[in-house]
Every structure is written in structure tokens, then in C-alpha cells.
Design a protein around this ligand. Sequence first.
Ligand SMILES: Nc1ncnc2c1ncn2[C@@H]1O[C@H](COP(=O)(O)OP(=O)(O)OP(=O)(O)O)[C@@H](O)[C@H]1O
Ligand SMILES: [Mg+2]
Length: 259
Amino acid sequence: MIQVNNLTKVYKLSKKQMAEQKTKKNMKKAVDNVDIKAVPGEIYGLLGPNGAGKTTTLRCIATLLKPTEGDISVCGLDTVTQSEGVRNKIAFLTNEIKLDPQFSPTYMFRFFGRLHGLTEAQINERMKVLFEQFGITDFKDKKIDELSTGMKQKAAIAVSLVHDPEVVIFDEPTNGLDIVTARTVTDYLKELRAQGKVVIVSTHIMTEAEKLCDRIGIIINGQKVMEGTLSQILTETQGEDLEDAFFRLYEKYNTEEVR
Ligand SMILES: Nc1ncnc2c1ncn2[C@@H]1O[C@H](COP(=O)(O)OP(=O)(O)OP(=O)(O)O)[C@@H](O)[C@H]1O
Ligand SMILES: [Mg+2]
């Protein structure tokens, strides 16, 4: 289970960042008092526009950032005081983490398998299953550098799952993928759900959230402004579809005073 309690994350901005963001304030509240609970057998979707705080939230859950306020537990372990335990339980995928371009998918898979303490036999077994699942076998020994965007993404996903983690945290997993490759990824996330894993993804693709996620948390300017199943969100907003519901919420909450 993932439990996020009153998460607030404030970034301290450098002079350069202040100039870039055209602000006089040297602090940016990227996540503002957010609660999230995601349970085994569920795909929870964080939906929000650019800069809403999705990646920041997921990085806090994945132990890569410390909350400014609030706390997070993953499988009952605290992400700050028990971060190593948490890292053994999770797969984390984000666009900012790139596989080393000079190595092959096979090399990276073995490297991370050993890092997680798997035996060679376990690594080979997992590699067979995951490389077949994602169609990586044909290019498994090519340099990452020589692979297409989709191939790289599939390799990164397979590597992130080497240790068969209980919790899967994927930041925009289908970003930049064609519909065929995107479907391979979303189908696999459904399979992980069927296996009883906890899955949390971020996306700004409405149709993906509609089709894939059991529950959706809509995040605007760092605040979770609504949460529920698709039908709950449509009922509450009186929106025709998720895009319509989203725009209603965006008009209501994207105001100067909350920014
Ligand atoms: N390292 C950082 N230092 C300062 N500000 C940051 C940093 N990382 C993110 N921010 C700011 O925090 C806010 C939230 O960013 P975040 O990357 O979490 O958004 P996001 O919802 O993932 O957006 P996107 O859809 O573009 O990926 C933005 O205003 C961003 O500029
Ligand atoms: Mg992001």
C-alpha cells in the first residue's frame, strides 16, 4: 500500500531559477498538502497539467526527494527513515532517469538485478519473461544509444521491474510512445494490477486515465482538487467526459490566488 499524508514539497529556487520562472520569491511550493492512498490490485492515476506537481509527488514516494512536510509510507515503511527498505519494494520509472547509452538492455538488466541481490538464475528467469513480454529480445544486446525512443522506454520498464516489486511507480510511462507500444505498456500495468501489485502512474493523457486507472486524483498547482473513480468524478463535476470534467476543475482552481 502507498499512503501519502499531508505531503507538501517546497523547492528552494536559485537566482537563475527565479529569473527563469520570472518570480521574486525564492521558494516554490510544488506540492501542497496532498493525501493519497493506493492499495494492492489498484491502478491509481495522478492527472494534472504541466508543472502541477505529479513528478515531485512520485519522486517523494520513490524516496528520491524528502517531503518538506507530511509523511509517506510504502508497504508500511517510511520513505525517509526506511528509504532503503522502500527502494527494494518499488519500481520507479521517470523520464529524467536514463539508461546508460553505452550499455545494452541485457547489461543494464543484469546490473540492476545484482544490485537488488538476485542470483544469476533468478536474473535469467526474469529476463526471459520480461524481455519476451516487451519484445526486447531482438535488440537486447544493442547499445541503448542505438535504440529508438520506444525501445529505450520498453528496456527502461523491464529493467525497473527486474526484482518483481510490490509497488510500481511510473511517471508518464507512455510518454513519446506510439499507440502499439503504449498499449504494450498499459496492458502490462493491468497485468501487474491483476497480480495484486500497487500501481501509481502519472499522466496528462485523459483517455489513458479513463481507460487505465481505477481511481484518479486530479492535481492542479500542487493541490489535489478531486479524487475518485471516473464515474464519481463525472457525477461530481457534471462533466461529459474526463476532459470536460478536467476543464471545469481547471477553470475553478487555476486562479491567481492559489498560485
Ligand atoms: N528541482 C526543482 N527546483 C525548483 N523547482 C522545481 C524543481 N522541480 C520541479 N520544480 C517546479 O515544481 C513544480 C512542479 O513540477 P513537477 O515536475 O512536479 O510537475 P509535473 O506535474 O510533473 O509536470 P509535467 O507534466 O510537466 O511533467 C513546477 O512549477 C516546477 O517548475
Ligand atoms: Mg512530470
